[in-house]
Design a protein around this ligand. Structure first.
Ligand code: ADP
Ligand code: MG
Length: 598
């Protein structure tokens, strides 16, 4: 593992990585700026400008589809709004010139983005695609009869001062596109950017880490619409005037298809996709192939990509993932730290200890699904600074209990965190200090280990602190993408991320599922240390009784949604009712018997 490489200070490593990431796009921008206008003829500059001004459309798709994974078929509508705003500003001679109009164009598209974002909060997949396409068609209808402002008396949009020649406007467009890439790169490094990648993978997972899902999605639509609006402004700045057909829903559809096939989250892919979208018709004309054929081809390819279930991950993402996996293989040869763990000293009847302050208290909690009562009037408390195990056979109601306590499932009864009642949606409970993991792993493969920990923690720990958390749970180093890790490491990372947030209370739903015996032992020992190291109390749902014994000072057993026993592990596991419920036989569960159920 990279941990064993010669030591280099983490911040220096991080800067080197940033420099490496920036070097290529910066060099490409400078070379293009210097070489193209100076060496190419009028026709080629015009052609390349058409390609460059199409890139923002792909950047806008890169936000909504590439990052959040939401299908949007109305990006050209945002561009049309932007183009018209520039036209109106031009006719009215609004002060500030083209650059200011371009910003206004982006801002004007934002309300449209929010408007289409609202149904997106409830709709998904095909339904959302239909909603966005309907919006695009509506914009077609509204703008269809409109002439471009100033077109009736041949007044063209005034290009930005200092960039009025074709070569100059080419430079201007390249600079704007480069600035948009810089802004997107900064967004990617922000908490919002990380939450977009989480949203794409699992909305529930993001909510459990304190992300307001609705706000995250709306922000993505707003940013995407802004960039689309800027793109529309750039498009009309080149031609000087335009028509609604240049922004039709048909073109939105084609651009979406290209974006899905190529993938537009990263700058290089967005550049290729933009150039493809704009220059394909010209190329097809040159070789006498009807343009409609190419649109059909991309449409078919897009359907194939979507049908493959890659969730709008284009070819560029797949190539990148393969390359990262290869790099990761070269880096991860060293063994994990030894799983040295000390079994937990049992604390008699801690779950029922009324003298200790409680981190979590559940009172009279009931969850019904139709006629099934999954959790039936359950009450218990987790004392502050303890690790309590919640065990019971499959279908006993453990996950449902966690879902209800964290706000994911409606219930009756009350939940108290640190003695205060806690209510509201999951992200609010998470931010208040009630965190959870899911039985089904929800760690987004597109994040690196380090980014995941800061996202899950809801704060950015210092590089040393981050490395400490990763090390503590035996996780791969911070820069490694999660997509390259095995399930066992992802499970460890999930717990490390949640613990790094130092929540008051952590609910772990079968965190060891999918792990090998050695990892389970390590995890058990680490969970036992959590209260002491971060002040977090833990409720651990787990089938592996060895792990439970290692980690927990007391146990609560539920069966058919009811608490049937609680107290110190040995006496609880010896309780005949527990034995009957758990094993369906008179045989007592022993540390060696793992797992029970699944
Ligand atoms: P455990 O985590 O202890 O294995 P669960 O909490 O997943 O059990 O399930 C408890 C009971 O609630 C089961 O009978 C299960 O079928 C039922 N259940 C869980 N979720 C739902 C749901 N969304 N709709 C209907 N029934 C559910
Ligand atoms: Mg469960």
């Amino acid at each position: 593992m990279a941990r064993d490489e010669p030591a280099e200070p983490e911040p220096a490593l991080a800067w080197r990585r940033v420099a490496r990431a920036v070097a290529l796009p910066a060099a490409v921008t400078v070379v293009v700026l210097l070489v193209v206008p100076a060496t190419l003829g009028h026709y080629w500059i015009f052609l390349l400008t058409s390609g460059v001004v199409a890139i923002p459309i792909m950047q806008s798709l890169g936000v909504i589809t590439g990052r959040v994974g939401v299908i949007s078929l109305c990006q050209m509508s945002f561009a049309m709004i932007g183009a018209w705003v520039v036209g109106w500003c031009n006719v009215a001679e609004v002060p500030g010139g083209f650059a200011a109009w371009m910003v206004l164009a982006g801002l004007a598209a934002v309300p449209a983005g929010l408007l289409i974002g609202l149904p997106a909060l409830r709709l998904r997949g095909v339904n959302l695609a239909i909603a966005t396409f309907t919006f695009a068609t509506a914009v077609d209808v509204v703008f269809g009869p409109l002439q471009y402002p100033g077109a009736e008396n041949f007044s063209f949009v005034t290009r930005p001062a200092g960039f009025t020649s074709d070569g100059g406007y080419f430079r201007f467009a390249v600079i704007v596109v480069a600035l948009l890439f810089v802004a997107l790169a900064l967004l990617d490094r922000s908490r919002l950017g990380a939450s977009w990648l989480e949203l794409r993978y699992s909305e529930r997972g993001a909510a459990a880490h304190g992300t307001n899902v609705a706000r995250g999605k709306l922000a993505a639509f707003a940013v995407s619409a802004f960039i689309g609006g800027v793109g529309g402004a750039l498009l009309v700045g080149q031609a000087g005037s335009t028509t609604p057909t240049a922004f039709s829903s048909q073109i939105s559809l084609t651009y979406f298809a290209i974006a899905v096939v190529i993938g537009v989250r990263h700058w290089d892919a967005a550049v290729i996709a933009g150039l493809t979208g704009a220059l394909m018709p010209v190329l097809m004309d040159a070789v006498h192939v009807p343009q409609a054929y190419v649109k059909v081809l991309f449409g078919v390819l897009a359907v194939l990509v979507i049908a493959e279930g890659r969730g709008q991950l284009g070819q560029s993402e797949i190539i990148r993932a393969r390359r990262q996996a290869k790099l990761a293989r070269q880096h991860t040869t060293a063994a994990r730290p030894p799983a040295t763990v000390t079994p937990r000293t049992p604390r008699p009847d801690a779950a029922g200890d009324h003298d200790r302050p409680t981190a979590l208290e559940i009172r009279d909690l009931t969850v019904r699904f139709g006629t099934v009562t999954a959790v039936d009037d359950v009450s218990f408390a987790v004392p502050k600074g303890s690790v309590v195990g919640l065990i019971g056979p499959n279908g006993a109601g453990k996950s449902t209990l966690i879902n209800a306590a964290t706000g994911f499932t409606p219930c009756t009864g009350s939940v108290f965190l640190d003695g205060k009642p806690i209510t509201g949606p999951p992200h609010r409970r998470a931010r208040a200090g009630l965190r959870r993991s899911f039985q089904q792993l929800r760690v987004p493969p597109t994040l690196t280990a380090g980014r995941f920990v800061s996202t899950a923690a809801g704060r950015t720990p210092h590089a040393d602190e981050l490395a400490e958390y990763l090390d503590w749970f035996g996780c791969p180093p911070a820069h490694l993408p999660i997509g390259t890790m095995d399930v066992g490491s992802r499970r460890m990372l999930e717990v490390a991320g949640l613990v790094a947030g130092r929540p008051s209370m952590l609910l772990l739903d079968e965190p060891a599922a999918g792990q090998g015996a050695r990892e389970r032992r390590l995890l058990g020992g680490r969970i036992a240390q959590i209260p002491e190291r971060t002040g977090t109390s833990v409720l651990l749902v787990e089938h592996d009784l060895e792990l439970v014994r290692l980690a927990c000072e007391s146990l609560i057993v539920i069966d058919f949604g009811r608490v049937i026993a609680h107290g110190d592990p040995e006496s609880v596991l010896a309780d005949p009712e527990v034995v009957r419920a758990y094993l369906g036989s008179a045989e007592a569960p022993s540390p060696g018997r793992t797992p029970v159920g699944n």
